[in-house]
Design a protein around this ligand. Sequence first.
Ligand code: DAK
Length: 257
Amino acid sequence: MAYQNILVSTEESVAIVTLNRPDVLNALNQATMNELVDALEAFDHDETARCVILTGNERAFAAGADINEFRGATPVQMLQEPRFLQWERIRRFPKPIIAAVGGYCLGGGCELAMLCDIIIAAETARFGQPEINLGLIPGAGGTQRLPRAVGKYRAMELIVTGRQIPAQLAYEWGLVNRVVPAEVLLDEARALAREIAAKPPVAVRLAKEAILKSLDTPLDVGLDHERRLFYLLFSTEDMKEGVEAFLNKRRAEFKGR
Ligand code: DAK
């Protein structure tokens, strides 16, 4: 697929997807979401891609869904569009995604960042769920993921006022992992992605699966799930390699098997 709305590159085992509709602050129209899903699925099948960075530009990570696509839309059209499916496919992406967020991260943009696994924010980043100002509520997980990230009271305030919060406050509220100067945003994301990419990929994948499971299951069920994944890892070559390397005081070479 030739992309019009995103840029895609790979640097060794790190894949970088850059949202690229700068004129509209990276508003997420359906075409962009399709391209994003397509690129992620290609990286899923690419054994050499071990970690993904999703980013935008200095002015915006993404200012939300493209509001032009909401004008005149009916519930049935919304239902028939692949919109939910696109987001669901990103949710199912098994490798870690780091969101490197600069500028506006609003509405669907904030929801997209929250679908990622780690969020690094530039000092200039601003987060919010302004859908209320359109007579809407968040529709891609914001009412569910934001309270899980920052707690009910803070999420409520953000969603019912539509206010934006700066990166530093988002950090204090637990929505982002860290805040860095805008000039080093991508470098920070790259360094972290490389560190993750050097780990055994099957274990990384199952760690992601187990952690996501913890957010929507009772503790008992999550612990049982974790235990099964833990046992499963004893069948991997990488686990044997990791243990041997440790015991022989050498560096492990992980192959993803
Ligand atoms: N959609 C379309 N165009 C947008 C846009 C958006 N979300 N955000 C900005 N733009 C466009 C502006 O219209 C403007 O275009 P021109 O006038 O230059 O043609 C250009 O980007 C620059 O924006 P501004 O001139 O407004 O720039 P400012 O710096 O003055 O303001 C702003 C920046 C981010 C505060 C402002 O643009 C703004 O309030 N934007 C809208 C933010 C917003 O309401 N976002 C939430 C949209 S609703 C779902 C999946 C996803 C969603 C829902 C369901 N399913 C799976 C079902 C998501 C919904 C949403 O995100």
